[in-house]
Design a protein around this ligand. Structure first.
Ligand code: T6T
Length: 327
């Protein structure tokens, strides 16, 4: 009898020692869906943040990561997540700021609250609209990130010359904002810098390489390139290397992948903008838990900041911690 009572007591203590589950309005542990844009180091680090928060707060995460970018891939996955019938929240990086509004309104209609991370819907103003239903946008201020990239590239080329932007996909709030900020600074602050073009590589670094190589051939006096994300910077850097112009054509890379850092150390890349995807993921789960608990004061926009990495600070632990370390 004593042994049985002891076993029951130990079991109760073990159960109670687990992170207290956050309960939905129906009294069940909340279930959160996580649907980023594509398999890449940035979202892999975001997933680390999501999972760390889920562990800390005792919530279940259902993760689905598209193999390629695009509404035609993300929407069926979203629909299947909705059809599960057990999701209370969805953390998503919409792959198109307009085309994903309808599919995500369907999630809301199905009783799933939406938090957008990294990218937003509409114009991102969830207070005044036109899109107001998401709980929040948690991500970088990408227009400011583009401004930082522009000033960094301008400094690297001495304030004069031709520069080029290689980006990924149209109508994606993140990379679109980066180009807006970049062009704004070049137009307003650097009259001797000419932006000679912008191409979309559709998340294909090989296409980014081809596009950048074509610009290098067309503009033999090209001074610099801005790669607006992981794949753009990867491909653009490769084109500069293949042309034997490393250190002559300066490259600014958005996203602090291991490759971007290697290219920084090799003198191909002069500046790397690290976003904070771990923070985005962790805070999105926090927001879901807070919302489930009845918190009504969650900000509709959280801008997570940057670490600006160059050859002088790349070995500073306070900076290097923001390099995307993926398992
Ligand atoms: O740059 C990130 C992300 O911020 C953007 O929305 C899409 O591309 C990345 O995931 C990097 O590949």
């Amino acid at each position: 009898m004593f042994k049985k009572s002891l076993l029951i007591l130990v079991s109760i203590v073990m159960i109670l020692s687990l992170a207290p589950a956050t309960l939905s309005a129906q009294g069940d542990p909340i279930v959160i869906g996580f649907l980023p844009g594509v398999v890449d180091p940035f979202y892999q680090v975001m997933e680390l943040g999501v999972n760390a928060a889920a562990e800390d707060m005792g919530v279940q995460i259902i993760t689905q990561i598209p193999q390629t970018w695009g509404v035609e891939v993300q929407t069926p996955i979203l629909d299947a997540m909705i059809a599960r019938g057990d999701l209370d929240y969805l953390i998503i990086a919409p792959t198109d700021k307009d085309q994903m509004i309808g599919p995500l309104e369907a999630a809301l209609d199905a009783g799933i609250q939406v938090i957008t991370v990294d990218t937003f819907l509409g114009d991102g103003d969830y207070v005044n609209g036109p899109v107001t239903f998401p709980i929040s946008y948690i991500g970088s201020d990408n227009v400011e990130g583009g401004r930082i990239a522009a000033r960094g590239l301008a400094a690297a080329i001495g304030g004069t010359g031709k520069v080029y932007i290689n980006s990924t996909n149209p109508n994606v709030s993140s990379v679109e904002g980066r180009a807006v900020g970049f062009n704004e600074v070049m137009a307003n602050e650097y009259p001797d810098i000419e932006v000679v073009g912008l191409d979309f590589n559709l998340d294909d670094p090989a296409r980014a390489t081809e596009q950048t190589a074509a610009v290098i051939a067309r503009e033999p006096d090209l001074a610099g390139v801005f790669g607006t994300n992981v794949f753009s910077a990867q491909g653009a850097g490769q084109a500069v290397i293949q042309a034997g112009l490393g250190g002559q054509v300066q490259v600014v890379a958005y996203d602090a992948t291991q490759l971007a850092i290697e290219n920084l150390r090799a003198g191909v890349v002069s500046l790397v903008l690290a976003q904070k995807p771990f923070d985005m993921g962790y805070m999105a789960v926090q927001f879901a838990v807070a919302h489930a608990a009845g918190v009504t004061s969650l900000p509709k926009r959280v801008q997570t900041g940057f670490a600006i990495i160059d050859i002088n600070n790349v070995d500073d632990p306070a900076i290097a911690r923001f390099i995307y370390q993926v398992p």
